[in-house]
Write a new protein. Structure first.
Length: 461
């Protein structure tokens, strides 16, 4: 008996269950995923059953009898739409034996056959795995991008506080290591807090923290040291004493060997007496030679003019005024010499008096200067301290300017690095997203159903 076509619908009808069908006589079997098989034992199963690598659901399948093999088993050629990236693995057609029949005869319950299959979706699995990995990488990069943005916000806030602290330390009047004075003690600055207070390490090893800038002052070395100054030598005595030749006077005054006679009052009196004698002699001589007795005026006798200087009369006598041995000439010479000596002595005495006065003035100034220096040292220290504070303030302003430029350059470098990382990450995300789209299209392509062929054998249950 040859059955050309039998379609098993799995309808449990009493007439079907009462009759039996030989498997070798069945030409074609149609299976649907929404139907179950018939069962004489009361154990129906789904007509389409996947046992391995079930990535997609097969909606329907059709198996054709492909003949009997050498073992007497019926072989089937089955076709079903499955994803392109998959192929059939192990397949078989499983039917329920008809009760109380010979197993070797191959009698089955009509409608009891089911298509048992397995899939091997290597291409689809690889495509989907690549798609899943790319999606995970994109999600990871997006989270990293978000984390970078959050970290940059937190970093900028904390960096602003750190920059303010560095600016405070740079703008401090006393830098780290500078020597300062506090309450009469000398120490060096060890730390500068962000609030502008100082920690000072003193020479005895003590350390004091949280010192305000106003409580400190720069260390100023004393401009004047306390020394013992010898009292100045008194000026020379004015009384005349001749103990030894005066070749010099004070070491810081004047020197001279001719000042002794010039300063001697006796010498001055002799010079003055000589001057008076010279004047008296000059007057007496002038009176005897110029005036005749009994007359008030005497006319001079006219001398003959000499046109030739060699024309000299040997018999003519020498005049009184031209005779060096005459009394008038001697008196005049003596008077001139005495006058010059008196003027020189007066000039020397005046010079000596001024020189002594200058020496005494210098001594007084030296004594007064020593007292003024010692009394004005505190004022000078304050002036030097103020000048040093102004210098330190100028240096602090320079440090602040340099630190601001350094912080700005550092911040610009960090911002540039952050923007570079963000741009690189965004470019990677865009590239991965584009590749993901391509991969999804490939996955969809291998996922699309295509008619696949499977060769199955017959099994019984």
């Amino acid at each position: 008996m040859c059955i050309t076509f039998i379609e098993v619908h799995g309808q449990q009808q009493q007439g079907i269950l009462r009759r039996k069908v030989k498997i070798s006589n069945v030409d074609i079997l149609t299976f649907r995923s929404d139907r179950v098989t018939t069962s004489a034992k009361g154990e129906p199963i789904s007509q389409l059953r996947c046992v391995s690598d079930c990535l997609g659901e097969i909606l329907q399948a059709r198996c054709k009898n492909d003949g009997t093999d050498d073992m007497g088993n019926v072989n089937w050629r089955c076709t079903a739409p499955i994803p392109k990236g998959c192929r059939f693995g192990g397949t078989n057609v499983n039917c329920e034996r008809f009760p109380e029949t010979d197993p070797n005869e191959g009698w089955i319950v009509p409608g009891s056959c089911a298509f048992i299959y397995g899939l091997r979706c290597d291409r689809l699995n690889e495509a989907e795995r690549s798609e899943v990995e790319m999606k995970a990488n994109i999600l990871k990069d997006r989270k990293r991008l978000q984390r970078l943005m959050y970290d940059e916000i937190e970093r900028s806030q904390s960096q602003a506080a750190r920059d303010a602290c560095e600016l405070t330390a740079s703008g401090a009047l006393y830098p780290i290591g500078a020597y300062v004075s506090y309450d009469g003690r000398i120490g060096s600055v060890k730390r500068i807090a962000c609030d502008g207070t100082y920690a000072v390490l003193f020479e005895n090893g003590d350390e004091i923290s949280e010192l305000s800038e106003s409580s400190l002052s720069p260390r100023v070395d004393p401009l004047y040291e306390k020394v013992t100054v010898a009292s100045p030598r008194p000026p020379p005595k004015s009384s005349r004493s001749y103990d030894a030749p005066r070749t010099s006077t004070y070491s810081d005054g004047y020197t001279g060997s001719g000042d002794g006679l010039a300063n001697d009052p006796f010498f001055l009196c002799v010079v003055l007496l000589l001057l008076l004698v010279a004047v008296a002699v000059c007057r007496s001589t002038s009176s005897s030679s110029s005036f005749a007795p009994g007359s008030r005026h005497r006319h001079r006798r006219a001398k003959p003019s000499r046109t030739n200087p060699n024309d000299v009369d040997p018999n003519e006598g020498m005049s009184t005024s031209d005779d060096p041995n005459s009394g008038t000439s001697f008196a005049r010479t003596f008077a001139t010499t005495a006058t010059a000596a008196a003027l020189a002595a007066a000039s020397r005495a005046n010079e000596t008096r001024h020189r002594r006065a200058n020496v005494r003035r210098r001594h007084r100034r030296a004594a007064q200067g020593t007292a003024t220096t010692l009394s004005s040292s505190t004022v000078d220290d304050e002036r030097i301290k103020q000048a040093k504070i102004e210098s330190l303030a100028a240096q602090a302003r320079l440090r602040v300017d340099r630190k601001r430029a350094e912080l700005k350059a550092r911040e610009d470098a960090r911002i540039h690095q952050h923007k570079t990382e963000i741009d690189h990450l965004r470019g990677k995300i865009d590239s991965d997203t584009q590749q993901l789209g391509n991969q999804m299209r490939r996955t969809d392509h291998v996922r699309d159903d295509d008619e696949a062929v499977a060769y199955a054998t017959t099994t019984f249950r």
